[in-house]
Ligand binder design. Structure first.
Ligand SMILES: [Mg+2]
Length: 342
């Protein structure tokens, strides 16, 4: 189904999308190591842990009043502690589709999203509306919502794991985003997230050196968007990534500068700044993000993917409380991890 790419590319370019970045071949600027089951399991558990930690306080202004700051998994909306939400559920749908089809097949992915839809916990509006159109038979390349939400990025990690080359990761992340988010910044965020996961899972360094490489991978794709912050100047994810390094070790300033909402230009750079502040300390990374207010589960899921890809499951397990691993998706993650590296 690599045929999906040239076809959709022509259609989008006819609409004015700038896909010039895809003319420039992308290569890892380091010697990539083979993917291991530990990195896969670490990435997927990393997503699930951040999602389940953040879900009980999603959308709250900050650390939850009466219950105090989040330090462990808590029940949410009548569901037991450790219940994962759409971030993990859709990540696992992308993973299963990629592994079973051997490539990013948008039609297969749509079927899996529609199958998962009735069980989705706390799905965002952009995804729900796109799934409604897809359920009525809309074509996958037309159904996506005009939304720069973080819903496409949050589920993109499997493209970084299960596609081999940076170019293949970039195409798969593009297509998986487009089925629900027909917005260049949402698509760019999916690409950036998947490439970063791929970078870390193959032994790339967990430092700010990656940011310029990630920005170059999507250069020209976005149209600057008016931000809600900082005097409404126009921004792109590629541009904001270049600002992240200035906020390392200063999480509160990062949250004030980038903000923490579901708009991907807020939550993505905030999560990136916290992860890069202390990639060797997953407990601090998770707790800082899930107690930041705003889209806490998705910031936890994004950073969780980077932590797990970087540390692997053993590294992540040895530096996090054991009861954080009691997430509802554990059996499914084990199944996919074995499938993905067999
Ligand atoms: Mg969620």
């Amino acid at each position: 189904m690599e045929t999906a790419w040239p076809q959709v590319r022509r259609a989008l370019e006819a609409e004015g999308w700038n896909l010039e970045a895809f003319e420039r071949p992308l290569t890892w600027p380091f010697d990539p190591r083979p993917l291991t089951v530990g990195r896969v399991r670490g990435t997927l558990f990393g997503v699930a842990i951040g999602d389940a930690l953040g879900a009980p306080v999603e959308g709250r202004p900050g650390a939850d009043g009466a219950a105090g700051p989040v330090r462990r998994l808590r029940p949410h909306n009548g569901r037991p502690a450790g219940t994962v939400t759409d971030d993990t559920q859709l990540t696992l749908a992308v993973a299963t589709s990629l592994l079973e089809r051997g490539t990013l097949d948008p039609e297969d992915l749509v079927r899996r999203f529609l199958d998962a839809e009735p069980e989705l916990v706390a799905a965002g509006w952009a995804t729900r509306q796109a799934l409604e159109r897809l359920g009525r038979g809309a074509a996958w390349w037309l159904a996506g919502s005009a939304s720069a939400g973080n819903g496409a990025a949050m589920r993109a990690a499997p493209a970084g794991l299960f596609c081999e080359s940076p170019d293949a990761i970039r195409r798969a992340a593009f297509l998986q985003a487009l089925v629900t988010h027909r917005d260049p910044s949402a698509v760019a965020s999916s690409i950036v997230h998947a490439l970063w996961v791929g970078w870390l899972a193959r032994g790339g360094p967990a430092d700010a050196e990656v940011l310029a490489w990630l920005a170059a991978a999507v250069e020209g794709l976005e149209r600057p968007l008016a931000s809600r912050h900082r005097k409404r100047r126009s921004v792109t994810l590629a541009g904001l990534l270049q600002e992240v390094e200035g906020f390392l070790g200063r999480p509160q300033e990062a949250f004030e500068h980038f903000r923490t909402g579901a708009f991907v230009l807020e939550s993505f750079p905030s999560a990136a700044a916290v992860f890069l502040s202390h990639p060797e300390d997953p407990e601090a990374t998770y707790l800082t993000l899930v107690n930041a207010g705003g889209d806490t589960d998705t910031m936890g899921a994004l950073a969780g993917a980077w932590l797990g890809a970087y540390l692997g499951d053993r590294g992540l397990r040895s530096r996090t409380p054991s009861d954080w691993w009691r997430v509802s998706a554990a059996a499914e993650i084990e199944r996919i991890s074995r499938l993905g590296t067999s």
